[in-house]
Design a protein around this ligand. Structure first.
Ligand code: CP
Ligand code: NVA
Length: 310
């Protein structure tokens, strides 16, 4: 059954351009209120958020929990051993029970099908806090950060260097709604999902390309973005991936090839000396901590819209 009030937030392209911009503008307004220590704004008063995690997290857990709390609500952390999604009882039962107690459910899961099942059976809005396939809250925070540092949501060149993973898939879905040039520079065999590339191309808004030459790809980039080479669930492939990703490290030489306008972004956690260098992470072009902070603000905007409160 569909949510009684509001809507799920599962993929960026489930929304049109105006809806996405509205969420981002709400996020910026709420950020300004929190920065001004406005204690009167409590739209989540009396509301609760259940947060299901089957994977580790620092940013997602803390930004959702504190963000929801700062706006007056109560958030409940349900870690990997608590619910045991799909093991202790069926996912569809978990969805229906949690929705009886909570006004919203956020979940970080392995299989994307599991979040789709939660959403199908939950009568409260479900927010995707990362699956193996997508990380939409991250990319909403990222584009908010792009706006703050580069001055616009559109007409930016974003070059992602590394593994064609969940982060890339959500960038592609954003590129299906906001006009940009998006390049994924990755080793052969580590390209993003073909369906996600096709979806972004079919929207006809953005220029999308896949490259195997990072030095060529980054030229003129507004943003050079990377992520770990071995995502959660792939850590046993880390050594193999390190060999395959040689030449794809975001280091000082690559940032120089991008040009002086380029900013460095990383969703974090970062493995210094692997996909990026200490010098780039700590350097003047790095905006990673503004990016991390914006997780909380972007999600507040997303949740207010999901609950029909904005
Ligand atoms: N970027 C991100 O999602 O971080 P966590 O894995 O710490 O939540
Ligand atoms: N691609 C990474 C993102 C972590 C925030 C992972 O899925 O582990």
């Amino acid at each position: 059954s569909p949510p009684a009030k509001g809507h799920h937030f599962l993929h960026i392209d489930d929304f049109d351009r105006d809806q996405l911009l509205a969420m981002l503008e709400t996020a910026a307004e709420v950020k300004a209120r929190l920065k001004a220590d406005d204690q009167s704004f409590k739209p989540f008063a009396g509301k609760s958020l259940a947060m299901i995690f089957t994977k580790p997290s620092m940013r997602t857990r803390v930004s959702f929990e504190t963000g929801f709390f700062k706006l007056g609500g109560h958030a409940i952390y349900l870690g990997p051993d608590t619910i045991q999604l799909g093991k202790r009882e069926p996912t569809k039962d978990i969805a229906r029970v949690l929705a009886r107690y909570n006004d919203m459910i956020m979940a970080r899961l392995f299989a994307h099908e599991d979040i789709l099942e939660l959403a199908e059976f939950s009568s409260s809005p479900v927010v995707n806090g990362l699956t193996d396939y997508n990380h939409p809250c991250q990319i909403m925070a990222d584009i908010m950060t792009v706006k703050e540092h580069i001055g616009r949501y559109e007409d930016v060149k974003v070059v992602y260097v590394g593994d064609g993973n969940n982060i890339v898939h959500s960038w592609l879905r954003l590129a299906a709604r906001l006009k940009m040039e998006f390049v994924c520079a990755c080793p052969k065999g580590f390209e993003p999902d073909k369906a996600s590339v096709a979806l972004a191309e079919a929207a006809g808004i953005s220029k999308i390309s896949i490259s195997h030459d990072p030095f060529e790809a980054v030229k003129g980039a507004d943003v050079v973005y990377t992520d770990v080479w071995a995502s959660m669930g792939q850590k046993d492939e880390a050594d193999y991936r390190r060999q395959r990703f040689q030449g794809f490290q975001v280091n000082e030489d690559l940032m120089k090839a991008a040009g002086p306008q380029a900013r460095f972004m990383h969703c974090l956690p970062a493995e210094r000396g692997i996909e990026c260098t200490e010098g780039v992470v700590e350097g003047a072009t790095s905006i990673i901590f503004d990016q991390a902070e914006n997780r909380m603000h972007a999600q507040n905007g997303i949740m207010l819209h999901a609950m029909g409160l904005a």
